[in-house]
Ligand binder design. Structure first.
Ligand code: ADP
Ligand code: MG
Length: 391
């Protein structure tokens, strides 16, 4: 039993008068490659990690949904039939922001399925770092959705639950994110990544084989959090939509690298660079999947490095701290490194031979120190199973 599982149990005992009906959990994720391609109908290659959000749930006969998190001082209590008065959010949150994640999932589930729904008490604890680009948001959504799907006997499949999580994040929280994170958290497999076509939602399992190749996936968290619902993320989405409209395609997914000459002639310089990132990044995802299958993970380093350069120079979502982490990791022996997640903060990943892990961690720490950044939080993650019932 992990500390977070224990914490969820203890919190449930404080929250609820009745017994727990069960315990569920769902992981955060790392995106190996394919950044900002999801909302362009493109390809991504995330994997679920060994950091999870735990939910302990029991029923109540008051018809309320009561949610508590180790994050928050106090539980939030809403009548189930009052959720429609809160969501979709109009920008003026009626509940604390954290509570919009689990309550938004309940709201979206009530619209997706008609089985009778009893009141529930939900206690939440997590060891997924928040705002580090590891998708603590998908972890809380997927854990809550899986717990409610079982408890309310809704019978929805994992892809349907991923859609529920996305709807909660988009419409209840108000963050305009794609569906990659929820799919990874729902469908993850030990030692494998999810190759996802974000248009069709077709998902294939791709073996990673890091351990067999003597590699570890390191996360170098800058500690700088990002805010999805504001600023740069929305701006990049707008640029992509503008580019697709100007080039007459439904989404940037419909362009290939052969179209870039035409795109450069038709678009302003900034929009062109945004488009070029998406088009080349989609190709890099396809190349990474092919390389993993044909040659194994030791051969994908250059693709990771090229992805970072594209995000730094074309999409301009990296930060000096992320660039420092990537450069230091490469110099200390990582075979490839890139920022991961939405950007503007968060974490970098570095695929690193076992015997270089300590050196990469030290190199990142001293490079940050030299540049005057707060010390990074460095750890390794293991590709792990997706959402599940634990007890
Ligand atoms: P990321 O998904 O990269 O970690 P987001 O900004 O998308 O960052 O989501 C983080 C937000 O999700 C937190 O600020 C909080 O509102 C919510 N959240 C995540 N985990 C929990 C948790 N265990 N308890 C309560 N809220 C959580
Ligand atoms: Mg998130």
């Amino acid at each position: 039993m992990t500390a977070a599982q224990d914490a969820a149990r203890a919190l449930f005992a404080e929250l609820s008068h009745g017994p727990a009906a069960g315990a569920w959990s769902a992981p955060g994720r790392v995106n190996l490659i394919g950044e900002h391609t999801d909302y362009n109908d493109g390809f991504v290659l995330p994997f679920a990690i060994d950091r999870r959000t735990h939910v302990v749930l029991g029923t109540n006969d008051g018809g309320d949904i009561r949610v508590a998190s180790t994050f928050a001082d106090a539980p939030v209590v809403v009548p189930l039939d009052g959720l429609d008065r809160i969501f979709p959010t109009t920008g003026q949150p009626a509940v604390p922001e954290w509570a919009a994640y689990p309550l938004g999932v309940a709201w979206a589930l009530r619209h997706a399925a008609t089985a009778p729904q009893v009141g529930v008490d939900i206690a939440i604890a997590s060891d997924v770092p928040v705002g580090a680009g590891l998708s603590s948001s998908a972890a809380i959504e997927s854990a809550t959705a899986t717990a409610l799907n079982d408890s309310w006997r809704l019978g929805l499949d994992p892809v349907a639950l991923a859609r529920i999580g996305r709807r909660a994040e988009n419409e209840a929280v108000g963050a305009p994110t794609g569906i990659m994170d929820q799919m990874a958290s729902m469908l993850g497999r030990a030692d494998a990544a999810i190759f996802l076509d974000c248009r069709s939602l077709d998902a294939e399992i791709v073996d990673l084989g890091f351990a067999g190749a003597g590699l570890q996936l390191m996360v170098i968290d800058t500690g700088v959090t990002h805010a999805h619902s504001t600023g740069g993320y929305r701006d990049r989405r707008d640029a992509c939509e503008r580019g697709a409209a100007a080039l007459g395609v439904p989404a940037l997914r419909d362009l290939s690298v052969d179209d870039l000459g035409r795109a450069e002639r038709m678009l302003d310089a900034t929009t062109f660079r945004r488009v070029r990132h998406i088009v080349t990044e989609n190709q890099r995802v396809l190349d990474t999947v092919r390389t993993l299958r044909a040659q194994g993970p030791a051969a994908i380093g250059a693709l990771l490095d090229a992805s970072h350069a594209s995000m730094r120079d074309d999409f301009e979502i990296s930060t000096p701290a992320l660039d420092t982490a990537v450069a230091a990791a490469g110099a200390a022996g990582a075979i490839g490194a890139r920022m991961t997640g939405g950007g503007f903060g968060g974490a970098a990943i570095a695929l690193t031979p076992h015997d270089r892990v300590d050196e990469v961690a030290l190199a990142a720490a001293s490079a940050f120190d030299e540049a005057g950044f707060a010390a990074p939080h460095v750890f390794t993650v293991t590709p792990s199973d997706g959402a599940r019932r634990d007890e």
